[in-house]
Design a protein around this ligand. Sequence first.
Ligand code: 13P
Length: 288
Amino acid sequence: MALVSAKEMLEKAHEGHYAVGQFNINNLEWTKAILQAAQETNSPVILGVSEGAGKYMCGYKTVADMVKAMIDYLGITVPVALHLDHGTFEGAKACIEAGFSSVMFDGSHYPFEENVEKSKEIIALAHSKGISVECEVGAIGGEEDGVIGGGEVADPKECAAVAELGVDFLAAGIGNIHGKYPANWKGLNFDVLAEIQASTKGLPLVLHGGSGIPTDMIKKAISLGVSKINVNTECQLVFADATRKYIEAGKDLEGKGFDPRKLLAPGTAAIKELVIEKIKEFGSDNKA
Ligand code: 13P
């Protein structure tokens, strides 16, 4: 199946009260594990690519071509969107050119008027090619790929103004943080989430920093309009943990255990298992 825009899958998720996972990719193993997890659970899926990961994988065209070829080779039939995560203005344009099916333009660090103007331009360009767009209001806390957010809570009025531009889904800070949550984290702000959903008139909302949020909060966020949940750190942690165990057990020193296909296999399997778990938690299994 060819890559699809994320618009339709997220509108269906919103209507059906579940969420589609965006799982960030870093390399071939990550991509393969996530695609296989989605296929096995019969779930739509969004592959997220940060600008840093795009560079690491030798550019957006390399990524788009790899993902398309892998979908074909693995016989993936569930809907897959390839999405730029936290894109700059230039990055979003580059991904639209490179064959991504969805982009995020994150203008949350600009003065609001400038965020609106730039969002408008990306939305027009992407929509002219059938590509979906996510924008952001109110920076998400924590650090991701060197980008540090302040952890603000978004202003529902600003969310309404961006929704009116025709954006397909919206990321809005509600106390969520990228990376590991600190022990003294206050939790998600559901009052603000409800206000944002009311002010955006049922637009699918995006929850960034999905790693480590307790299941009851995930479920409540979905019930209040979250239709896309981004997970990155947890995949990295389970990959590192499984790889460390393999090496600490001395398996790389046994026979051909140093072969990268063997060395990376436990980490890859751990990502697949985690993604299957998340898909079931978000309720998108059997929704392909
Ligand atoms: P985590 O790394 O906290 O899972 O957040 C991922 C994310 O929001 C990507 O945009």
